[in-house]
Design a protein around this ligand. Structure first.
Ligand SMILES: CC(C)(COP(=O)(O)OP(=O)(O)OC[C@H]1O[C@@H](n2cnc3c(N)ncnc32)[C@H](O)[C@@H]1OP(=O)(O)O)[C@@H](O)C(=O)NCCC(=O)NCCS
Length: 136
């Protein structure tokens, strides 16, 4: 995990991500502090994403005390709103195969599985399930 945090979530890496014109970041706040975070990539093509017109939910996190209180659905609705505004017909994401809560959440919001993708967490190979929502 330390290796993963160092290589994928270091200050330098996050600064690079903030400069990427294809990415956008949103925060849910409850007046005093942030309680949720959404990062999306718009029309960024890579091998998982052959379609040009798509939005990737790369990160969607809610502070644990706020699980089940509507923050996750609010950020999901925001992602859907962006796609409508930009006339994008597909949202996709990768979710760790053992993350049952998130998989249930995405299914509840209309996502279906379309593949798998292995990724390295430090030195461990992990599997993500790829999910998508078409014609939002
Ligand atoms: C995923 C996440 C954003 C969803 O937000 P949330 O506020 O928890 O979402 P909700 O409570 O609306 O939905 C969660 C659903 O999972 C269900 N659930 C809870 N634990 C579960 C489990 N172990 N297995 C299956 N479903 C589960 C809940 O009952 C709820 O379903 P319901 O509305 O049908 O009852 C939030 O849980 C989170 O930040 N998780 C940690 C970060 C993460 O995993 N992000 C996704 C990375 S791809």
């Amino acid at each position: 995990m330390e290796k993963h945090l160092e290589s994928n979530l270091s200050t330098e890496q996050l600064q690079d991500e903030l400069r990427n014109e294809h990415s956008a970041f949103y925060f849910a706040t409850n007046v005093a502090f942030d309680i949720g975070y959404l990062k999306v990539n718009i029309n960024k093509s890579d091998k998982e994403n052959p379609s040009e017109l798509s939005l990737e939910i790369e990160r969607l996190y809610v502070v644990i005390e706020f699980y089940g209180k509507g923050v996750g659905p609010l950020l999901m609705e925001h992602a859907k709103t962006i796609t409508k505004q930009k006339d994008i017909a597909r949202i996709w994401l990768g979710v760790w195969e053992k993350n049952a809560r998130a998989i249930h959440f995405y299914k509840k919001h209309g996502f279906i599985e379309f593949g798998i993708h292995d990724f390295l967490l430090g030195v461990d190979v992990q599997t993500d399930i790829l999910m998508q929502l078409i014609h939002i």
